[in-house]
Design a protein around this ligand. Structure first.
Ligand SMILES: [Zn+2]
Length: 189
């Protein structure tokens, strides 16, 4: 078996050298136009090779290591029993990457809630402009409980439009969204 990133022989999907080199979270908060605060742990370029494993076979294993190692920066009770709602990406491989992230926040005192916030429009935003994204909203559907406090969980924030739309859908469903947690921000200063 080989490291997914550097291809060195390794029994883990991410070798020790790559963990040391890539996984040094540097938490930063970005405020979106809507006022939603987004906590990111990395600049996108820093962990790009890991994020790009997403659609490879066993990419889920890399995501799990990435999440587990990175979320160590949170205190045990950081979430205080709050829900962590994953912004679901396309679970075409039978699992959702963002659900893995939500699950890994359990150790930080969050209660994962996945498979409850679905984008009904899954058109790809990759490489698309902000106006294209605005013209093709995600149209989220939320089927989880109301009257709860929660954070949103996603892997990458780009323009922030997806998170703002998810926030809006949840707010209209009676969910008090405290903020969002993402692995990487494409737009860090
Ligand atoms: Zn490696």
């Amino acid at each position: 078996m080989r490291c997914h990133v550097c291809r060195a022989l390794s029994f883990a999907p991410l070798c020790r050298a790559c963990r040391r080199e890539l996984l040094n979270p540097d938490p930063k908060i970005r405020m979106l136009e809507s006022g939603l605060e987004v906590l990111s742990l990395y600049a996108y370029e820093e962990i790009e090779p890991l994020l790009l494993t997403k659609h490879l076979p066993h990419g889920w294993a890399t995501y799990r290591i990435l999440a587990k190692e990175s979320f160590r920066i949170f205190d045990k009770d950081a979430g205080g029993g709050m829900m962590a709602i994953s912004v679901d990406d396309d679970p075409k491989d039978g699992y959702s990457h963002t659900a893995i992230l939500a699950r890994c926040l359990k150790k930080a005192g969050y209660r994962p809630l996945y498979g409850k916030l679905h984008a009904q429009n899954r058109i790809s935003y990759a490489g698309q402009s902000k106006s294209f994204r605005l013209q093709n909203p995600r149209n989220f559907l939320y089927t989880g409980p109301a009257n709860i406090k929660a954070v949103l969980v996603d892997d990458v924030v780009t323009t922030g439009l997806t998170l703002m739309e998810a926030h809006d859908t949840l707010a209209r469903s009676g969910v008090d969204v405290i903020g969002a947690i993402v692995l990487a921000d494409v737009d860090r200063e």
